[in-house]
Design a protein around this ligand. Structure first.
Ligand SMILES: Cc1ncc(COP(=O)(O)O)c(C=O)c1O
Length: 385
């Protein structure tokens, strides 16, 4: 059979397919093959074993029957999420205001297709300049324009929508906020969220708050936009960080009932929802707060030790108290990518700012995903870079 060489691939697919983190990690595989010990502070995947209450629920959830999962989720799942939101943020959220997602990445990536097509006058998506990649990639997928909003270390990575020109706000369909912020760990206050909601309401923009790290905190509990309102907003949450269930692909989006209903209808065509046994395990995860507290406690010594090491090296870093990321500045005015490359040659992997977008070029992210003993071995090598 002959290959048809004229099959077209969309240029946007090439941009979407460019994932620098994946390319960087190819070097890791190469180093491991050469027998080099690798210390990977790159991923957002922690090594803490899963809670028994969750794995038991998963095992019990397996049956000898299989059915397509409900796109709107089971009643039990939505109830467990509603109860979680009540316990954690003191908000009342009804079942019709909740939709499960197959990991928040998927839910975020598909969201722009709900709001923007080629006939729409508003074709801009606003979001952080240093961003979780699906905000940008999902925007490109619908041929819309992502407008990166600066908010550098001087502003502690807070974006003020009131400072964005009215012409931009008038042509925006949605805005992403992400606090606690990946990659910097920056947080925000409820007052900050109130101010942003006010601007979003005034300009008719859907405000999407990605609250994936809401339960990974070491100081004050991060707020949710749902504490301000449900009108014209969505909040994304995930079990990947709260419970370490990255491989389960389970999260939810909650907020404006009308938007949730429209999104559920669209998602019937995508056909995506966590499989039923995962929904059952997710019920156990949202219902239980003890394992989340234990996970936070396990992260504390790793975080403390990494910060002590930064102090020893005299590295500048952002003072934050949430997420399992630390955001530090390469020494002596060095470029973050160049510094990360030097570390990589020693087998130490960190993520330079350029993996996440524009600005803050001297900075890099360290994930708190290695046990303290592994960190100590990595620090021995790091001191020589
Ligand atoms: C800011 C942010 N949002 C969402 C996610 C996605 O989480 P999930 O595993 O639920 O897709 C991540 C994962 O790293 C993240 O950093």
């Amino acid at each position: 059979m002959q290959n048809n060489r004229s099959i077209q691939i969309a240029p946007s697919a090439k941009i979407i397919g460019h994932y620098p983190i994946a390319e960087f990690l190819e070097r890791k595989v190469e180093l491991v093959r050469q027998g080099v010990t690798v210390y990977d502070f790159g991923p957002g995947d922690d090594p803490i074993p899963l809670a028994k209450v969750i794995t038991d629920a998963l095992r019990n959830g397996l049956s000898d029957q299989s059915a397509y999962p409900l796109v709107r989720g089971t009643v039990e799942l939505r109830e467990s999420i509603s109860q979680y939101l009540k316990r954690r943020f003191s908000v009342s959220v009804e079942h019709k205001e909740i939709l499960p997602v197959t990991g928040s990445k998927e839910g975020i990536y598909h969201l722009p297709s709900l709001l923007i097509d080629h006939t729409c006058p508003r074709r801009k998506v606003l979001g952080p300049a240093l961003a979780y990649p699906p905000y940008v990639k999902g925007t490109i997928a619908v041929n819309a324009e992502y407008v990166p909003l600066q908010g550098g270390p001087e502003q502690e990575y807070l974006i003020e929508l009131s400072e964005v020109p009215a012409s931009t706000l008038n042509s925006a369909a949605l805005v992403y906020l992400n606090y606690p912020h990946n990659p910097t760990g920056a947080g925000c206050s409820l007052d900050y969220l109130r101010r942003q909601v006010e601007v979003a309401h005034k300009f008719g923009i859907l405000l999407v708050s990605d609250e994936c790290y809401a339960d990974i905190y070491f100081g004050e509990k991060p707020p949710s936009v749902l504490e301000v309102t449900k009108d014209g907003v969505l909040a994304f949450h995930s079990l990947s960080k709260r419970s370490g269930l990255t491989g389960f692909r389970s999260g939810f989006v909650a907020g404006d009932a009308q938007i949730i209903d429209s999104y559920a209808r669209v998602r019937n065509s995508i056909g995506t929802a966590p499989p039923e046994p995962i929904m059952l395990a997710s019920v156990a995860a949202w219902n239980d707060d003890a394992h989340v507290q234990e996970r936070r406690e396990l992260l504390v010594p790793i975080r403390t030790r990494c910060l002590e090491f930064f102090d020893e090296l005299g590295l500048e870093y952002l003072k934050t108290d949430a997420t399992f990321y630390l955001w530090a500045k390469a020494p002596n005015g060095r470029n973050g990518r160049e510094y990360a490359d030097s570390l990589r040659e020693k087998g130490i992997f960190v993520s330079p700012a350029e993996f996440f977008g524009e600005g803050s070029d001297e900075w890099f992210r360290v994930s708190l995903v290695l046990p303290v003993e592994e960190c100590e071995k990595a620090f021995e090598l790091w001191r020589s870079v």
